[in-house]
Ligand binder design. Structure first.
Ligand code: ADP
Ligand code: MG
Length: 253
């Protein structure tokens, strides 16, 4: 038998959580007369659960999702039944990520596109899938900077760590040639390899406002829709409705 203490051995085996709890669990095991295997199983379960929790906390922090936008906090009564079913299906079953499929959310401003994209992202994180959220503007900046440093390919490969990348508000501003080309590079790089969740308030027919030339637009749209779930939200602006309700409450008092 080794001379090293249990504490040292557990540390060397990187079983730190067991190390912290072993005395407490041993006392419980003795008091309740557990079998050896039950004691061992309890220790292993403890280590496993703690590791999972820490991993999820790390993924959640790393995802940089907008805070507080979960699907449980989304009022689906404002959407059509079809939209609701599709979103809930995406959240419940992550096989679309394994198949490297995309999710494209369209609709006017304030109807909950960002909320839904973040909610689906959060649901994937909870299933243990690394996700990274970007506003399109931030993503374009990151990619352009990488291109300037002759490291665009390296940056694209770095993003491969995330099976799901969210690009929020892709159609917000008209992009220059160099801005649209880095976005296109990302779309082409991830095509059939990893998923993108994209929100846009411009329908595809207006996408030549996003990409600077028509050929690039057609190629980007082709790749995005080839394997994708398209969700078009037709609701009225939630922001506007919330503001109206507030106003009504105020005038009633
Ligand atoms: P969009 O991205 O389509 O412009 P957002 O997702 O930013 O819209 O929604 C605007 C605000 O309204 C956010 O605070 C969002 O959480 C809230 N919101 C929108 N739709 C809903 C909904 N159906 N249920 C709950 N909150 C919603
Ligand atoms: Mg938005």
């Amino acid at each position: 038998m080794s001379e090293a203490s249990l504490e040292v051995l557990l540390k060397a085996l990187r079983l730190g959580f067991i190390g912290e709890q072993v005395e407490r669990i041993e006392a419980q095991a003795v008091a309740e007369g557990w079998s050896h295997s039950r004691f061992l199983k309890c220790l292993c379960e403890f280590e496993h659960t703690e590791r999972e929790n820490r991993r999820l906390a790390r993924y959640l922090k790393d995802a940089r999702l907008p805070v507080g936008k979960s699907l449980s906090g989304f009022d689906f009564a404002a959407c059509t039944k079809l939209e609701r079913r599709r979103v809930q299906q995406l959240a419940a079953d992550s096989t679309w990520v394994k198949r490297a499929e995309n999710v494209l959310l369209f609709g006017p401003s304030g109807v909950g596109k960002t909320h839904l994209a973040a909610g689906v992202g959060l649901a994937m994180v909870e299933k243990g899938i690394p996700v990274r959220y970007f506003t399109a503007t931030n993503l374009v900046q990151l990619l352009q900077q990488a291109k300037l440093n002759l490291a665009l390919e390296k940056q694209l490969v770095r993003l491969d760590h995330y099976p799901v990348v969210v690009i929020d508000d892709i159609g917000y501003v008209k992009r220059s040639e160099s801005e649209s080309s880095v976005l296109f590079e990302l779309i082409a790089h991830r095509y059939e390899r990893h998923s993108l969740v994209i929100t846009s308030n411009h329908p595809f027919r207006d996408w030549d406002q996003i990409f600077s030339d028509t050929t690039m637009t057609v190629s980007a749209v082709d790749r995005l829709v080839h394997h994708a779930t398209l969700i078009e939200i037709e609701a009225e602006s939630y922001r506007k409705k919330a503001a109206q309700a507030r106003q009504q409450r105020q005038s009633a008092t």
